[in-house]
Design a binder for this molecule. Sequence first.
Ligand SMILES: [Fe+2]
Length: 273
Amino acid sequence: MSKNTSILQFSDVHFGTEDKNAIAAVREMAERLQPDISVICGDITQAGKKSEFEAARNWIRTLPGPKIITPGNHDTPMFGLLHRALDPFGRYNEAIEPLSEKHYADQNVSIVKMNTARGMQFKLDWSLGVVDIDELHGHVKQLHGSKPRVLKFLACHHPFVYPKVSPLQRETENGATAIQILSDNNIDSVLSGHVHAPFFVDRMPGDTGVISIGSGTLSTRSRGADASFNHINISADDITVTPITWTGDAYIAGQQWRKNRTELEPSPISERS
Ligand SMILES: [Fe+2]
């Protein structure tokens, strides 16, 4: 029998405004859940300060096993426009990037990462995500180098299409096109964060089967949802996602989402609706 893959998915920890008790209790849960890989989907800091990155680095180092880490819009310097313009991810690249794998693969899953955050943009809201389509094609190609029957995941900060359940409704630039490209290429899932609430949605508009899995926040910047992270378990038969929610003094398992792996098998284009 093949071994399951255990994934911990974190997002929006926002060191600087982190929930200190929830953060401290993660290590014990991580030891219990035995992750093969932890995926951290950005907004690691609140204001992109050096001290916040140092605290984040120390915490990430307490997590067992390898990590895939990608930045979010809060991981650029919030103060200091020149720094933000000239070297938006300099502090992130120095403190956090060395802790991250570029690619993770095992018998069940292959995971790559992409930065959807930008330091500055030609629009009023710089917090919005952007998908670079050329870069996306490169990640798709890389995922197609995986062994047959391995699930293919892309990790980033911004949801490509915002789920209806999200307390935050925005638009990711090129997001709808991007999810269609992933769908056409049988990529199975986008792991993201940003909305500060956990979600699991398949078949977004224009998409034929990419599962969007969002992790909540471990900061005090909740948007009505309790602090949480996700436990994703992939067996030979199915994938389950369980939000692990912080009650204020303990973690509890929330409602589990489940998908049979046979439903993720590629189907001929003509059979898709
Ligand atoms: Fe955030």
